[in-house]
Design a protein around this ligand. Structure first.
Ligand SMILES: *Cc1c(COP(=O)(O)O)cnc(C)c1O
Length: 391
């Protein structure tokens, strides 16, 4: 059968993104966090799924917030017409605060320097900046340490009094929520409650208090507060095996990565395969060439290990993953050039999942989907089944 018409390059390989799955996942996650609002985190191009179409689908399913890491990601959502609340949290000195304030984006401050830059941007625009103050409750990454928190809170309260800032959020982030029962989780929540109490005593009255990522949304109701920030689970993947399987959690993986076999050929036994000859055919066999490699975002660490569904069976990558291609040993089976190889998907048709790839490459499914590069065309399925359009 000839390949169906589609975006340029889809005959070689494509990442199909099922936007109905994104909508269903958002609805499912809202069910886990009843009483809280939901932020769909669409950083890093929607974990590789395409930030704009996934954001639109998430809005249709009731996400009242979008989350972006960099200001550029937030601006791209506005450029695409999104008018809802957007939080953007990864800032550096001299960042485009003014544009963020002008474009109605909620920004985040983890220290006094950031608040000062926000106040300056607000003064320059004549608008009130919406700020989420971030506490470090134990992650040890971004966020304000408890010792510096009272000063940050006081400075924010002073800026509120002069009308340059409104503290719309107080928030933090978990270190170990993907390990349910880890003692750091309870310790972080206790530290967060303390940070909230300090802020309230100083006169702050945030609209949303938020601490939960996907694993906490799925396993730790006391972390939900007013808003949950879900990323990976929006795309239908489980944050960790300890949290549950995607199906067990009611989630549906949205991305299916597949390619057409670029070549199928018979080779004799004892034939080395791919760079370094780390695989040698055990006997006469059929090799299939899959035209995807680390230039497409596949992990080279999946060499000799990554699973692929070809002609109804799981095959293992034979030898090394190269920049543009890898080989599978098809044994006695005889698929033909052009047949489809499915690297991962929801698993419905027996294909591997991103979780299987994560295991094969010694990483997490977050990295598997996020790294799929722009060389692989995204093809959107069920793009227009979600109702009236973006909020
Ligand atoms: C990425 C991120 C999230 C989403 O995490 P998931 O585990 O993908 O749900 C939430 N909050 C912050 C600050 C993040 O950086």
């Amino acid at each position: 059968m000839p390949a169906a018409a589609g975006p340029a390059g889809t005959a070689r390989a494509r990442a199909e993104i099922d936007l109905d799955a994104v909508r269903d996942n958002v609805r499912t996650l809202r069910g886990y966090a009843l009483g809280a609002e939901l932020m769909a985190v669409v950083k890093s191009d929607g974990y590789g799924h395409g930030a704009v179409p996934c954001a639109r689908a998430a809005r249709q399913a009731g996400a009242t917030w979008l989350g972006a890491a960099t200001p550029e990601e937030a601006f791209a959502l506005r450029d695409a017409g999104d008018r809802g609340r957007i939080l953007c949290w990864l800032w550096t000195p001299g960042g485009p605060w003014r544009e963020a304030v002008e474009r109605d984006i909620d920004v985040s401050a983890s220290g006094g320097w950031a608040l000062e830059e926000i106040v300056a941007a607000a003064r320059a625009t004549g608008r009130t900046a919406r700020v989420h103050l971030k506490a470090d409750t134990g992650l040890g990454r971004n966020g304000c340490q408890p010792a510096d928190w009272p000063a940050l809170v006081a400075a924010a309260r002073a800026a509120e009094a002069e009308g340059t800032v409104k503290v719309t959020g107080i928030w933090s982030h978990f270190a170990c929520a993907d390990e349910p029962g880890h003692p750091a989780n309870a310790a972080q929540l206790a530290a967060f409650r303390e940070a909230l109490a300090v802020a309230e005593r100083a006169g702050l009255d945030p609209e949303v208090r938020h601490h939960a990522n996907s694993p906490a949304t799925l396993t730790l109701p006391e972390s939900h507060f007013d808003l949950v920030r879900t990323g990976l689970s929006v795309y239908g993947l489980s944050p960790a095996p300890e949290v549950g399987t995607a199906a067990g959690l009611g989630l549906r993986p949205a991305m299916t990565l597949s390619a057409s076999l670029a070549l199928v050929k018979r080779v004799p036994g004892g034939h080395g395969v791919s760079y370094g000859h780390t695989y040698t055919t055990p006997g006469e066999t059929t090799l299939g060439l899959v035209p995807l490699g680390y230039g497409d975002g596949l992990p080279r660490h999946a060499s000799g290990a990554g699973p692929v569904l070809v002609a109804g069976k799981w095959r293992t990558i034979a030898g090394r993953v190269a920049m543009d291609q890898f080989v599978v040993d098809l044994g006695g089976d005889l698929p033909v050039t052009g047949d489809r190889a499915v690297l991962f998907g929801p698993g419905d048709d027996g294909e591997p999942t991103a979780e299987d790839w994560a295991r094969a490459a010694g990483t997490i499914s977050y990295e598997i989907v996020t790294r799929i590069s722009s060389r692989v065309p995204r093809v959107y399925v069920n793009e227009n089944t979600g109702g009236d359009g973006p909020a």
